[in-house]
Design a binder for this molecule. Structure first.
Ligand SMILES: [Zn+2]
Ligand SMILES: [Zn+2]
Length: 268
């Protein structure tokens, strides 16, 4: 028995977004709305719950565009600005609901957030708080699975240059952002994933990101049915790039579907 869930690409751009400020390339001048990309983030909707993966600098516009009025949990891949710079805007949800937003992240990301946003870690039970209120749930190790907000999440770690990043799997879907180097353990934990969202920053690999070739190889190891590329720089123009069957460039607002076995859901 399994239930249907959906994933919406809230942003499919790289750290600079597309268009890039001051860039005069053809893609940054493209009139195709699919080539306008906000910073990388995604919305998972399962039963009546909303989960956001990464809260980047465009979060406010993304939340307005998608009409996200409640968030049941936030998952953070790592503490680079393009993935966390919108955290302050989560305060809107505290004002709306007067409850803290649960936030799942690795120990390393937790430590980095503490340095960057010390005021988010001040204890408060004050309803008049003017900052975001997060309820941090720190992952106990680098690989494993955990029930978070009533849903089973598989988590795994890999490297973005020397920085450790966390990827997440839910049912037969996985979101793997900012990946460059990984161990076989990552592949083992993703066997059975049919739909994959994975970062590809430029066509060729860089020191910190996969290129198309590495992402296709990774997907082939997992034997995914459908792979969507996200975190795209202005290297990519929709309709101008030929990808093999089963691979696609994602775009902002794109919705895809996946399933979660019933056993991965807790009622409470
Ligand atoms: Zn990034
Ligand atoms: Zn450009």
């Amino acid at each position: 028995m399994s239930i249907q869930a959906q994933f919406t690409f809230m942003g499919t751009g790289g750290s600079m977004g597309t268009p890039v400020i001051g860039c005069h390339c053809a893609i940054c001048h493209s009139l195709n709305p699919l080539d306008q990309r906000m910073r990388p983030s995604g919305l998972i909707q399962v039963t009546d719950k909303n989960f956001v993966i990464d809260v980047g600098p465009d979060f406010r516009m993304q939340a307005l565009r998608l009409g996200i009025e409640k968030i049941d949990g936030v998952l953070i891949s790592h503490a680079h600005s393009d993935h966390i710079a919108g955290l302050d805007d989560l305060r809107a949800y505290y004002f709306l609901h007067k409850s803290k937003t649960p936030c799942l992240l690795s120990e390393l990301t937790f430590k980095e957030l503490k340095q960057r946003y010390p005021y988010l870690f001040q204890p408060t039970n004050n309803e008049k708080s003017v900052t975001a209120q997060l309820d941090f749930c720190v992952l106990p190790q680098e690989f494993g699975s955990i029930f978070f907000q009533g849903i089973q999440w598989v988590f795994f770690s890999y490297l973005h240059a020397e920085i450790q990043v966390t990827g997440f799997r839910i049912g037969n879907f996985a979101y793997v952002s900012d990946i460059r180097y990984y161990s076989n353990q990552v592949i083992d934990m993703l066997i059975g994933v049919e739909t994959l969202a994975i970062s590809v920053h430029k066509k060729e690999a860089t020191e910190v990101h996969f290129g198309i070739e590495e992402a296709m190889e990774f997907s082939t190891f997992i034997r995914t049915k459908k792979t969507y590329f996200t975190h795209l720089s202005h290297d990519f123009e929709h309709g101008k790039i030929k990808l093999p069957f089963g691979f696609e460039l994602a775009y902002d607002g794109m919705v895809i579907f996946f399933t979660i076995p019933k056993k991965d859901l807790h009622d409470n």
